[in-house]
Design a binder for this molecule. Structure first.
Ligand code: HXC
Length: 257
């Protein structure tokens, strides 16, 4: 399918989504969100795909929701269309999604990156929630996910001042999992996604589900949930294959069953 605001490329078992409104620093308008949602749905349904990467360009991952598009909204229009609710589609994907962030990831751009399963940052990455400077507040999870990822004091400072943090600070704070040279960012993200896509997908889904459950449960509930999912992996042919391959000193041939 041809899209206007994103580029979709298949790289073996991985789909690479490149946000593609460079002259507007990839500001996230409704068309882009619709197209990304459509692309993610197709990738979820494609049984040859095991993981996805979302990236932008050297200057911006995304500089936020499109201010020009939303400036005339009223409470009634925002509320009645449930503005932003479509963005959550990304969090219902079962296949892992990596955000590969170079340049600005601001406002909705930072929130989009945080909806992914983890963030790999290029050295040029800058994260921030500058909404307060526009007379609004974050609306796609910025006050919630950032607070859980980097601690309340740091999130509060970022949300109340709109200050940006660079890649180094973002890594130290726990917002990003790794910082890479800008020129290696996308290739390393694809390589990482490829390594996940070559594993047993049912186990990958269960692992992602279990990690995410830690945000929704007490520790004892989470550990109990994890144990039940762990038990269930012994029903997989891939579990037998993975362990036999280890003992026979060969690579496993997972069949996603
Ligand atoms: C619409 C945007 C935009 C945005 C940049 N542009 N960010 N358009 N929405 N969020 C446009 C500019 O208007 C300009 O278009 C072009 O992109 C280049 O931007 P410049 O400002 O000229 O670039 P630069 O001087 O390098 O400054 C980069 C910047 C700045 C610091 C990132 O663009 C900036 O502050 N952008 C806004 C960041 C922001 O406030 N984000 C939060 C948005 S609110 P023209 O046509 O003039 O050349 C939000 C709410 C989320 O995200 C709620 C839930 C999702």
């Amino acid at each position: 399918m041809n899209y206007e605001t994103i580029i979709v490329e298949k790289k073996e078992k991985v789909i690479l989504f490149t946000l593609n409104r460079p002259d507007q620093l990839n500001a996230l308008n409704s068309k882009l969100i619709d197209e990304l949602g459509d692309g993610l749905t197709n990738a979820e349904l494609d049984e040859n795909i095991g993981a996805m990467v979302i990236t932008g360009n050297a200057k911006a991952f995304a500089a936020g929701a499109d201010i020009k598009e939303m400036k005339d909204k009223t409470f009634a229009t925002a509320y009645m269309e449930n503005f932003i609710s479509k963005w959550e589609a990304i969090t219902s994907c079962r296949k892992p999604i990596i955000a590969a962030v170079a340049g600005f990831a601001l406002g909705g751009g930072c929130e989009l990156a945080m909806m992914c399963d983890f963030i790999l940052a290029g050295e040029s990455a800058k994260f921030g929630q500058p909404e307060i400077k526009l007379g609004i507040i974050p609306g796609a999870g910025g006050t919630q996910r950032l607070t859980r990822f980097i601690s309340k004091p740091k999130a509060m400072e970022m949300v109340l001042t709109g200050r940006m943090m660079d890649a180094d600070e973002a890594e130290k704070s726990g917002l990003v999992s790794r910082v890479l040279k800008d020129e290696d960012l996308v290739s390393e993200a694809i390589k990482t996604a490829q390594s996940i896509a070559n594993l047993s997908l049912p186990s990958v889904f269960l692992a992602k589900d279990s990690v995410n459950y830690s945000y929704e449960s007490s520790l004892s509930q989470g550990v109990e949930y994890e144990r039940k999912l762990f038990h269930s992996t012994f029903s997989l042919e891939d579990q037998k294959e993975g362990m036999e391959a280890f003992i026979e000193k060969r690579k496993p041939n997972f069949k996603n069953r």
